[in-house]
Design a protein around this ligand. Structure first.
Ligand SMILES: Nc1ncnc2c1ncn2[C@@H]1O[C@H](COP(=O)(O)OP(=O)(O)OP(=O)(O)O)[C@@H](O)[C@H]1O
Ligand SMILES: [Mg+2]
Length: 368
């Protein structure tokens, strides 16, 4: 059986400005109804990628296909209006002199009254159809913009931080509703964000970008739990980093030994652990029950700071072995006094061991 054709296919995309590659060999496929988040730090090339897919930026090289049709490539550049795409950008603009209804109808073309009514109802604005943009709240305007973008039944929806102008509570509701509608329509969605929480919440697949390239791609669960390097791990949450040196394919730390297969002696490694995977012995004398083997070896520190964060407490520990600070989050309220001595251990199954970047490039490019 033939493989289904991707809705949107980006192949070896390159975009250079003044000779500098801003997008540097990027490939990505989106299937119908699939939401893909392009996630990455500011300036890594997310918007440029989206703009090339939209056709408002020319590709320097590479190809873009929509439902198998070449829309950009050597000698080919279809303008945005010929690509069957919808766009929703952060600075979306409604026509101020048109009602909500007329704004949506503008996208849908003639004879589309039923479609317009249906879309406005689906974004929860049936009763606001006759209002002008200045009579609508920010969130309502955004929903009109969504309905307008959906009106011509685009095969691909390109969204560039479309929810960033909204306050948190409004945003969660609108983005969930938006996704539901897009999925129902079978639209493939490419959504740009620099917020990992937003990507985790919305994406079927996340493409993590850095310096114009995709460094990791997969389901949110896999990217979060199996990051390619410490930078990828650190992009999704606070992380703690322990430093160590390899000897006999192992690295000795105050929390016990870690295996470092494939790394040569003397290589510097980083052991990464997220704050929620540090375990704290709640006995304040630090004497508590003996740790089990899976807890690994505990190390002791003194509380430097403890803060209540709402659903969890963040405790910063100054470690006795080297004076470094390790951050641990504990569900609920746990606010030990500054200076309290406590034993910490690591959930070893949640640690990531990586060679230090600068060095691994010199010693073993395959590990990078
Ligand atoms: N038209 C242009 N001419 C020259 N340089 C550009 C142009 N457009 C973008 N750039 C540069 O390309 C790089 C990537 O820009 P882009 O807008 O794609 O980043 P981004 O990942 O969307 O970042 P952000 O999260 O801040 O929106 C930036 O360094 C930017 O200055
Ligand atoms: Mg951008």
């Amino acid at each position: 059986m033939a493989l289904p054709t991707p809705r949107l296919e980006l192949r070896d995309l390159v975009c250079r400005f003044d000779g500098m590659p801003v997008v540097d060999g990027l490939s990505l496929e989106l299937m119908p109804g699939q939401v893909t988040c392009l996630l990455g730090p500011s300036g890594c090339g997310k918007s440029t990628t989206l703009r090339m897919a939209a056709g408002v930026e020319h590709v320097t090289s590479g190809e873009i296909r929509i439902d198998g049709q070449l829309v950009a490539g050597p000698g080919v550049h279809l303008p945005p209006e010929k690509r069957a795409i919808g766009m929703m950008f952060q600075d979306f603009a409604l026509f101020p002199h048109l009602t909500a209804e007329a704004n949506v109808a503008f996208g849908a073309g003639s004879g589309s009254e039923a479609r317009v009514r249906d879309l406005l109802a689906r974004v929860g604005l049936a009763d606001k159809a006759r209002k002008y943009p200045h009579q609508l709240s920010g969130g309502e305007q955004q929903r009109v913009a969504l309905a307008r973008a959906l009106a011509p039944r685009p095969r691909v929806m390109l969204m560039d931080e479309p929810f960033s102008g909204l306050d948190n509570r409004l945003r969660d509701g609108i983005r969930d509703d938006t996704l539901e509608i897009l999925k129902e329509e079978g639209t493939a969605v490419l959504l740009v964000t620099h917020e990992p929480d937003e990507a985790m919440r919305m994406a079927d697949q996340i493409a993590l970008m850095r310096r114009g390239r995709i460094v990791q791609q997969g389901a949110p669960y896999n990217i979060y739990n199996n990051p390619v390097d410490s930078e990828a791990a650190g992009f999704f949450s606070d992380i703690n980093i322990l430093h160590g040196v390899v000897k006999d394919f192992q690295c000795e730390t105050p929390f016990g030994k870690f295996l470092c297969p494939n790394l040569r002696d003397e290589a510097d490694v980083e052991i990464i652990i997220r704050p929620q995977h540090l375990k704290m012995d709640f006995d304040r004398n630090g004497s508590g029950p003996l740790p089990t083997p899976s807890d690994g070896v505990p190390a002791r520190g003194a509380v430097a700071r403890a803060r209540f964060m709402g659903h969890e407490s963040l405790v910063e520990m100054r470690m006795e072995h080297d004076g470094s600070i390790l951050k641990a989050t504990i569900p609920g309220v746990f606010l030990p006094r500054e200076g309290t001595k406590l034993w910490l251990s690591l959930r070893r199954d949640r640690c990531f061991v990586f060679p230090c970047k600068a060095q691994s490039k010199l010693s073993n490019p395959l590990l990078n």
